[in-house]
Ligand binder design. Structure first.
Ligand SMILES: Cc1cc2nc3c(=O)[nH]c(=O)nc-3n(C[C@H](O)[C@H](O)[C@H](O)COP(=O)(O)OP(=O)(O)OC[C@H]3O[C@@H](n4cnc5c(N)ncnc54)[C@H](O)[C@@H]3O)c2cc1C
Length: 398
């Protein structure tokens, strides 16, 4: 007899766990199983990110990101308080490097206000008071509700809450096949399921295709490298970000403060050669590289993004010295010799829409038969996870 569950979630990252948690809040007697292929939690994006609790001012006001990030930030703060997970209330400044970036800075303020996020335009003197190490051209944007936590600690606390609510988190179990109402796992064989949610991060497109869902999409992974500084904890007090290029879904090289006060530079958005391209040849899959090689020329031909510019700016960031010098444009006291400790590499599961040749900027959720597919849980998916899960489960149960 195969095992059965009301809900099986494929992927035990923050999104999969938040979805299981939201389902159990609504129907506590249901049998919910979260299946993850890794033997430990937070092995992929959910444990390999900056841990920044974003405020929600970057996103177009009609987007899901705009709607769910402010709410997700508040819910995650509350969750961390309840679960005893430390959050450092750093706030964040976005600094301009020249006069031609000021209109984009104003646009961020406009978006923040439209999204109900607390943001303030400040001058150079106010910036010096908030973060003496940062420099800007005339104006900067101040976001007091941006914070930081240890991303893996949050995922572990969420898994504990799912288990406490009666959910099962099966680790070290790969889903090798699935279709409406069934999932095949390497640990428990066949599991029959009332509903299946695909929250498989970098592999979500492949799993959706098993259901005939999202066949117009392919994953284009982008690699995020980080370097830690040797500065005394607390020397940098605020996250310092550049004005982003609105044509691309990435925020540009920035400096963040970790929850224990260390300064960190990154992440990059370098095209990855396979899905789990974290360094060396670990996790290399010929099929991934082949798929990416077939998809990349379409991305190169995209009018929607400045792809040549992105490649020209990102590839040199493989060089630590180059990357650190970029960060020095935001914080002049940054020295190449102070940032030598490599951080855990992350890979962004960025969804590419083949017909329009665009990188999806917003979260993408697609329904299938007795299933739901989370296809673009990109940044700030970690911040938004609890609000995003409420949004998805309300729609599934409606
Ligand atoms: C470099 C980087 C920096 C970022 N910075 C931030 C930030 O500061 N703030 C923020 O809010 N967001 C940030 N993000 C985004 C955030 O990390 C993601 O939005 C979020 O972690 C997505 O969670 P997830 O659960 O969808 O994915 P994941 O954490 O990747 O989880 C997917 C899970 O699915 C499992 N899986 C895959 N295939 C199978 C299978 N066949 N069978 C079983 N299990 C499977 C994997 O093992 C994995 O654990 C960043 C991302 C990156 C890469």
């Amino acid at each position: 007899m195969p095992r059965s569950a009301d809900l099986v979630v494929i992927g035990g990252g923050i999104v999969g766990l938040a979805l299981a948690d939201a389902w159990l809040t609504r129907t506590p007697a249901d049998r919910v199983i979260v299946v993850d292929k890794e033997p430990a939690l937070a092995a992929h994006a959910s444990g390999r990110n900056s841990g920044v609790l974003h405020a929600g001012f970057y996103y177009a006001p009609d987007s899901l990101k705009a709607r769910l990030t402010r709410q997700g930030n508040a819910l995650l703060h509350e969750f961390c308080r309840e679960q005893g997970v430390a959050v450092r209330e750093t706030g964040k400044v976005v600094v301009a490097q020249s006069a031609d970036q000021l209109p984009a800075l104003l646009e961020l303020q406009r978006r923040g206000t439209a999204n109900g996020v607390d943001v303030e335009l400040i001058d150079e003197q106010q910036l010096r008071e908030l973060e003496p190490l940062a420099r800007t051209h005339e104006q900067a944007l101040w976001s007091p509700t941006t914070g930081v936590a240890d991303p893996a600690a949050v995922v572990e606390a969420l898994a504990r809450r799912v288990r406490a609510k009666g959910g099962e988190v099966l680790l070290g179990s790969t889903v090798t096949g699935a279709g409406p109402r069934w999932v095949m796992t390497t640990s428990d064989g066949l599991i029959s399921a009332g509903h299946i949610i695909n929250a498989a991060g970098l592999h979500a497109d492949v799993i959706a295709h098993w259901f005939g869902v999202g066949t117009e999409y392919r994953m284009l992974p982008f690699k995020g490298l980080y370097w830690y500084g040797s500065w005394a904890p607390g020397r940098l007090q605020r996250h310092v970000y550049p004005v982003p290029d609105a044509r691309n879904p990435f925020l540009g090289v920035h400096l963040t403060v970790t929850v224990d006060g260390r300064a960190k530079i990154g992440p990059t958005a370098i095209p990855a050669l396979w899905r789990e391209d974290y360094g060396g040849l670990g996790g290399w899959k010929a099929q991934d590289t082949w798929e990416i090689a077939r998809t990349f020329p379409r991305f190169l031909a995209s009018d929607a993004h400045d792809v040549p510019g992105l490649i020209r700016s990102e590839l040199p960031k493989y060089s630590r010295k180059h990357l650190v010098r970029q960060a020095a444009a935001l914080v002049p006291s940054v020295r190449v010799e102070d940032f030598v400790t490599k951080g855990r590499v992350g890979v962004r599961a960025q969804l590419f829409h083949l017909p329009t040749r665009t990188l999806e900027m917003d979260f993408v959720v697609r329904p299938g038969q007795d299933s739901t597919h989370i296809l673009n849980a990109v940044s700030p998916g970690w911040t938004s996870a609890l609000a995003f899960a409420d949004y998805v489960i309300d729609a599934v149960m409606a």
